[in-house]
Design a protein around this ligand. Structure first.
Ligand code: G6P
Length: 610
């Protein structure tokens, strides 16, 4: 995904920009560039396809000297990876801009600006913004006013940083749907799409909010909100290591990673959805063409990632009306397939290095699937390199062997993908808006669940001395039950089995007694009444039930039924939210049992062998 860095300083900024870009490399990109306003008030630019190292070589040979500059790593959405499509984009010789995100109405703006005489040198949506700002600059004579006027015409998601050689002492930045942070220095200030880019130069950050526009100078930062009101944004200090491979205040990585979920789910949405729509171009240049032609989806994954695929099947069939099959990679790779025409092959993997998943992908590429899409958390991994299209989850490094934040970000990415596919298959605009709005609520709902931690810890005591457990769910909550059971067995070593609740009477009911806790995920949906009958079947056999449900599901706490009340959530996003209490439950059981939570026996984080 694209990355942005910018600096205004007393010193030369080239080195700061280059180091910032290097630190953004982890996000994945295909080209890099920078523009610097030099001492003679000219804007100089360098752009290279490929690695930041190539750009570094270019600017070492021909330095861009100056005290104001912007830089970018590009991940192509509009137009192939090439030097002319790389950022910064310019309008004329003096205005330069870097952009993260997607401008949805770029074609309309492009036609309009062309008719007015602006010449385009790239296929990007960003160049449209450069010319639009320049057009307003000619009228208004001030960069800040020009940016403010131009963005009223933009639809989509963006984080922008703009410089102009006529105003060499500042840059103007703004955000809407894509992240942007201001790094606060002493006698110098910076901006970036991710604070990690700026750690060598500052540890003080101001996070811009949606709709903010800011004027960044060496000694001042002025911010206005969407309504044009001057606003102050808090300065927060970066706690070194808190975001990296360090447990911080947490006892285990797993707990830290559970608590990171509101933030990383939000990060996975950023730049890919507006308030009411999915930006399908954010899925890649080829996305629109591909999605138009997908008639079937084959999902392949292992472990927790497989459970994410199982949830996605419900979404894909319900919302997109496209048939979807899901299989574990180790099975798929060793059998013959009947491939339906126009089948999209979708691999899900946290690490991007799981041997079975990679083998399945390689086989699929030979077998004639239409294209391979990867949902992955590690940029530059084999899976990412070998797939045609990639949606990166933004979970950050996951250290705990039991996957938590990778799973909920996979679900987030899968729902975004599903909505994009569904739009090509007739999903109504208002339904898409309803689900996107529900998705925006998920980070807050996950935070509400984290606030129930103490109650879930209390509940976990009932599992400590048990040897077996059952997890039940129906519909898209069945894979959530599977993931809950996997978490418990992985880290507490208690035998845990998941069943679709309707199957209970076909076998597992024979096992139910007071020694077999039964965990159930029961949000209020079409199936809740049927699920309640299944719970009665358990109670009648003396089983002890632990039910996670919202208030409207109407499950009452009574003898043998322990209810943990969760927030009301949209049926489609419920699997993301309902996963979290099950993660906490397993975590606390494991802590009580004294197992090695982060590195359970016999298991590995990344299974790179068959
Ligand atoms: C291992 C890990 C699991 C993970 C699975 C698939 O079993 O312990 O947490 O879900 O591999 O890994 P992947 O990286 O492909 O998602």
């Amino acid at each position: 995904m694209c990355g942005i860095v910018g600096a205004v300083s007393e010193r030369d900024v080239q080195g700061i920009l280059l180091e910032g870009l290097r630190r953004l490399e982890y996000r994945g990109y295909d080209s890099a560039g920078m523009a610097v306003v030099n001492g003679s008030n000219q804007t100089q630019r360098a752009r290279e396809v490929g690695k930041v190292a190539a750009l570094a070589d270019a600017v070492t040979a021909h330095p861009l000297e100056g005290h104001l500059g912007i830089a970018h790593t590009r991940w192509a959405t509009h137009g192939v990876p090439s030097q002319v499509n790389a950022h910064p984009h310019m309008s004329g010789e003096r205005l330069a801009i870097v952009h993260n995100g997607i401008i949805e109405n770029y074609q309309e703006l492009r036609d309009e600006l062309k008719a007015e005489g602006f010449e385009f040198t790239s296929q990007t949506d960003t160049e449209v913004v450069a010319h639009l700002i320049e057009k307003h600059y000619r009228k208004l004579g001030k960069l800040y006013d020009a940016v403010k006027a131009a963005i009223t015409r933009l639809r989509g998601a963006y984080a922008l940083s703009v410089v102009h050689a006529d105003e060499p002492d500042h840059m103007v930045v703004c955000r809407e749907g894509s992240p942007l942070v201001v790094g606060v220095g002493i006698g110098e200030n910076f901006i970036a799409s991710d604070q990690l880019a700026l750690l060598p130069v500052t540890d003080r950050f101001m996070f811009l909010e949606e709709g903010d526009i800011a004027d960044i100078r060496r000694n001042s930062i002025e911010i206005h909100d969407r309504e044009g009101t001057p606003v102050e944004r808090d300065i927060t200090r970066f706690e070194h290591g808190a975001d990296s491979a360090d447990k911080g205040e947490y006892r285990h990585f797993m707990l830290k990673e559970i608590y990171e979920q509101p933030k990383v789910i939000k990060a996975t949405m950023e730049g890919r959805v507006t308030g009411s729509r999915v930006l399908e171009q954010a899925l890649g240049t080829e996305a629109a063409n591909l999605l138009d032609n997908v008639r079937h989806v084959q999902i392949i994954a292992c472990g927790t990632s497989y459970h994410a695929g199982m949830v996605a099947r419900y979404w894909i069939e319900e919302l997109a009306g496209v048939p979807c099959s899901v299989e574990v990679a180790s099975e798929f790779r060793y059998r013959k397939h009947v491939i339906q025409p126009d089948t999209l092959f979708l691999c899900i993997s946290q690490s991007g290095e799981t041997a079975d998943t990679l083998a399945a992908l390689r086989q699929a590429k030979k077998a004639g699937f239409r294209a391979a899409l990867a949902i992955c958390n590690v940029p530059g991994s084999s899976l990412v390199r070998e797939s045609d299209l990639v949606i990166m989850t933004q979970a950050g490094p996951e250290i705990g062997v039991a996957s938590t934040k990778a799973f909920t970000t996979q679900l987030t990415a899968l729902l975004i993908f599903t909505l994009a596919l569904a739009r090509h298959n007739g999903l109504a605009e208002d339904k898409e808006a309803e689900i996107v709005k529900a998705l925006h609520l998920v980070p807050g709902q996950v935070s509400d669940i984290l606030a129930l931690n103490a109650g879930i810890e209390e509940m976990s005591k009932a599992f400590m001395d048990k040897f077996h457990s059952l997890f039940l769910g129906r519909g898209s909550q069945f894979p959530v039950a599977m993931e809950g059971a996997l978490k418990l067995k992985e880290i507490s070593y208690i035998h845990a089995e998941a069943y679709p609740a309707g199957e209970l009477k076909h076998g597992p009911l024979a096992l139910v007694d007071s020694e077999m806790p039964v965990v159930t995920v029961a949000p209020n949906n079409d199936l809740v009444e049927k699920l309640k009958s299944n719970l009665e079947e358990v109670r009648a056999r003396g089983g002890e039930l632990f039910v996670f449900a919202d208030k409207s599901a109407g499950v009452q706490e009574e003898e043998g039924i322990h209810v943990m009340q969760l927030p009301e959530v949209h049926e489609i996003t419920a699997p993301i939210v309902y996963t979290v209490p099950l993660q906490l439950l397993s975590y606390h059981v494991a802590v009580l049992k004294g197992t090695d939570v982060d590195q359970p026996r016999n298991l590995a984080k990344s299974v790179t062998v068959e």
